[in-house]
Design a protein around this ligand. Structure first.
Ligand code: ZN
Length: 309
């Protein structure tokens, strides 16, 4: 063995030792969609569970496809994120169980009013609900009214952040409406609001920026059109490497997960020809990974999918 070879070998050995000494370098964030039908991407699918390498589990927008707090796919949920108060995100109704209904006719037969699925799951799992804008007082009041701890509703203010379970959570603007349906208020006030045709004011809709312990920065767009913040804040300031979004490639991530397609996106786990999902995948210039319900994808700190895609 010549000097060069021996030197290379020593260098490799020390690189291996460094990886063993800092296991976080090799660790991934696991992303598992909790959609309506196992292995498919269906019209109502919104919910994703992010699991940090340290074990912290975050449920994003439970929507209508998580079968309430008893859904066996949930497991431990430390944090719940709600991008905005529309029923398909906070969860005004849901399926009886995973795989009830069909991909094109989702089951939404169980009402979650007046609490919402987000609140019911938070109460059962003792999760912290982290929202931005003016949504935290609403969730705090709901938790308190149901015997929960109002302090479990936390604010992630625009421009600031909170760290829960080792994951840093910030909110960004989303250009979308965010009126609170009077059905969540109920009583005489709820009825009066309904009769007047007005919704409750809980501030602006939001998106999220999550920084995981392996260094991965993910952008969850919420419902939004293109915003200037996507370029200046999401890409320029936070340097998001994984984006979960419907439209456009402004953010320049390393990977993107399309969401909220409002269509049957897959048939037998394959992208349906002629679908919006197919058009989106063709339009973006980075790898797009379709969120198939129950199929876990793993992402490294640079936003590259390393397994399950
Ligand atoms: Zn929506």
């Amino acid at each position: 063995m010549g000097m060069t070879n021996r030197f290379t070998r020593i260098a490799c050995l020390s690189a291996t030792a460094a990886l063993l000494a800092f296991p976080a370098l090799a660790q991934t964030v696991k992303v598992t969609p909790l959609g309506g039908i196992d292995g498919e991407f269906c019209p109502q699918d919104r919910a994703l569970v992010f699991e940090d390498p340290n074990g912290t589990r975050i449920l994003y927008d439970p929507g209508r496809t998580v079968a309430g707090a008893d859904d066996p796919r949930l497991g431990k949920i430390d944090v719940i994120l709600v991008s905005h108060m529309h029923g398909d995100h906070v969860g005004n109704a849901h399926n009886k169980a995973p795989n009830s209904g069909s991909c094109d006719k989702p089951d939404m037969s169980v009402s979650a009013l007046p609490n919402s699925s987000a609140v019911n799951i938070a109460l059962a799992k003792k999760s912290t609900i982290v929202t931005g804008s003016e949504m935290p007082p609403f969730f705090a009041a709901k938790l308190k009214a149901n015997g929960g701890d109002p302090a479990k509703s936390m604010l992630a203010r625009f421009g600031g952040s909170v760290t829960v379970g080792g994951v840093r959570i910030a909110t960004v603007t989303a250009m979308h409406s965010n009126g609170l349906d009077p059905d969540y208020i109920g009583g005489d006030l709820g009825k009066a609001m309904k009769d007047a045709g007005i919704a409750g004011d809980v501030g602006l809709a939001t998106g999220y920026i999550l920084k995981f312990s392996n260094g991965l920065v993910a952008y969850l767009s919420g419902d939004t059109g293109i915003t200037a913040d996507q370029d200046q804040v999401v890409r320029g300031h936070y340097h998001a490497k994984l984006a979960v979004m419907n439209i456009n490639d402004l953010v320049k991530p390393a990977s993107v997960i399309p969401s909220h397609a409002n269509e049957v996106g897959t048939v037998s786990g394959k992208v349906r020809p002629g679908s919006k999902t197919e058009a989106f995948i063709k339009a973006v210039k980075v790898p797009a990974h379709v969120p198939l319900s129950g199929k876990t994808m793993e992402f490294d700190g640079a936003g590259k999918c390393t397994a399950g895609c």
